[in-house]
Design a protein around this ligand. Structure first.
Ligand SMILES: *Cc1c(COP(=O)(O)O)cnc(C)c1O
Length: 532
């Protein structure tokens, strides 16, 4: 074929088919790749030229490079053996939606710039709000409505800005230094970042402590005590964020009680259900967001566990005017009759991107719409239930093996677990689990991640990739068991070796803390008489 033109329908047809074939083959062979990329930092610079080509190259050459040079440096989030972090779903419907968005490439910042983009977004978010049984105040037919943000981090930032400006209009701009934000120590760090951006003083950011006695959920007492203390010292509490399904262990904050405290003190109450929100389309899991009636805003990520390709984070607010008052700008070059007559929603006033990222504004709705239509709520519910059932099976396997323990209650599709140490020593157990994590991830058979709960290093097994079936969970567990057995037997050997060792030796302490390997100790330790 001839050189590629910027816009040629027939070339798009041919090249598009070729690209779809490439992606379909990738999915077909995805299990042949190590799940976590095994390359070393800087690997790619050695493989690619120093500067861009002057003459055009062929698509085939590029695809060959993707196969041989790029894919080895990819961690395969769509692999059925991907159990790390939280899932980041891709799906055929989501992919088709993305493709269509890229094709039409409409830019819907104001209603007039693509009426369908804005109106579709409102409708699709009303659909999803109804599927989640959110209160009517979150629907666009009243004072509220939904908007699609890029990420949960952007969602919490825009509502924080809206809440900040709302309170500052009341108490005066000079009060910024007295504004206080509350959340639990399990809250995603996105809120802390949002506070930095919004100019909240770092000393007025309250990370309230949680522990295993409440399964890492925030206790209402600790919120009300903190608020009272701050009011007594002349500060202005104005924002509280609760989480349904925390990132570490999927803890669920008690929304109803926390909401009452938040409301009665005049705080903006935001609920972050980035991951677990998806599960709440199932009637049997809807109770996890019971209490959402009291919230000012609610957020869930369709791009995590809802078959919608990244990015697509759904945010609903009860009072859209608060967002608009905070985020709207009205430069001359964007003025138009529909907006000025106040007949339409201009989503540019509901979010951060202004200018550079216009191309993304109000166009993610296409893929969410396609996901909802091409799968239907029934299949989406079955999809969620299947993952939760697979996680329950994994939890059962962990419980059956006395070398392991479940480290926090499982609610959705995440299992927190760890290898138990025979020695009664937290640091030693942590080191053991760190080594197990690295050992299994280095096999390439599966990819899991970790967290720390009450100073304990805990492994996280999150089911949620669309291709994951029971056999993948069983395979993953087998690898985990094998690597655990290996580690425990090495440990026995090294315990035996240590008989002649001086346990005061500082290098041995390094090893126990995991800072050097056993073999290096012998090299590092100069006083051999003492140490072996
Ligand atoms: C993943 C996650 C986030 C961050 O989501 P982004 O869309 O990547 O910003 C926030 N909160 C919770 C509870 C999460 O699990």
């Amino acid at each position: 074929m001839d050189e590629l033109k910027p816009m040629d329908a027939e070339q798009l047809r041919e090249y598009g088919h070729q690209m779809v074939d490439f992606i379909a083959d990738y999915y077909k062979n995805i299990e042949s790749f190590p799940v976590r990329s095994q390359v070393q930092p800087g690997y790619l610079r050695e493989l690619l030229p120093d500067s861009a080509p002057v003459r055009p190259e062929s698509l085939q050459d590029v695809l060959d490079d993707i196969q041989s040079k790029i894919l080895p440096g990819v961690t395969h989030w769509q692999s059925p053996e991907f159990f790390a972090y939280f899932p980041s779903n891709s799906s055929v419907a989501g992919f088709l939606g993305e493709m269509l968005s890229a094709g039409i490439n409409m830019v819907g910042f104001s209603w007039i710039t693509s009426p369908a983009a804005t109106e579709l977004e409102m409708i699709v978010l009303d659909w999803l709000a109804k599927a989640l049984k959110l209160p009517d105040q979150f629907l666009s037919t009243g004072q509220g409505g939904g908007v699609i943000q890029g990420t949960a981090s952007e969602a919490v930032l825009v509502v924080l800005l809206a809440a900040r400006d709302q309170v500052l209009r009341r108490v005066g701009k000079d009060a910024t230094g007295r504004l206080v934000v509350y959340c639990s120590d399990q809250t995603h760090s996105a809120l802390q970042k949002a506070c930095k951006i919004a100019g909240i003083y770092p000393e007025n950011f309250r990370l309230l402590k949680t522990d295993s006695s409440t399964d890492y959920a925030l206790s209402p007492e600790s919120l009300s005590e903190a608020i009272s203390r701050d009011i007594a010292s002349g500060l202005i509490p104005f924002f509280f964020c609760a989480t349904v399904g925390t990132t570490s262990s999927t803890a669920v904050d008690p929304l109803t009680e926390l909401g009452k405290i938040s409301n009665s003190n005049g705080l903006w109450f935001h609920i972050d259900a980035a991951y677990a929100g998806s599960a709440c389309i199932c009637p049997e899991f809807r109770h996890y967001i019971h209490g959402v009636e009291g919230a000012n805003s609610f957020n869930m990520n369709a791009h995590k566990w809802f078959l919608t390709n990244f990015d697509c984070s759904a945010l609903w607010v009860k009072d859209r005017s608060a967002l608009v008052q905070s985020l709207s700008t009205n430069p001359e070059f964007l003025k138009n009759k529909a907006s000025q007559d106040n007949k339409v929603v201009d989503y540019k006033d509901w979010q951060i991107p202004l200018g550079r990222r216009f191309s993304y504004v109000a166009r993610r709705s296409l893929k969410l719409w396609m996901v909802l239509r091409l799968y239907g709520l029934e299949n989406l519910q079955a999809y969620i239930r299947n993952h939760i059932e697979l996680a329950r099976k994994f939890e059962e396997l962990v419980n059956l093996d006395s070398r392991f323990e479940v480290a926090a209650p499982r609610r959705f599709s995440l299992v927190c677990f760890r290898l138990v140490s025979a020695r009664n020593d937290v640091e030693h157990a942590n080191q053991l689990n760190r080594e197990l994590l690295e050992a299994v991830n280095s096999t390439g058979n599966l990819f899991i991640s970790h967290t720390v709960l009450s100073d304990k290093y805990v492994l996280r097994f999150a089911v949620g990739a669309p291709l994951t079936e029971e056999r993948h969970v069983l395979e993953a567990w087998k690898t985990l068991q094998e690597k655990a057995a290996l580690l425990l037997s090495e440990l026995k050997e090294s315990d035996a070796n240590k008989v002649g060792w001086n346990l005061e030796c500082e290098y041995l302490q390094y090893q126990v803390r995991g800072e050097v390997s056993v073999s290096n100790i012998h090299v590092m330790c100069r006083d051999e008489r003492q140490c072996k």
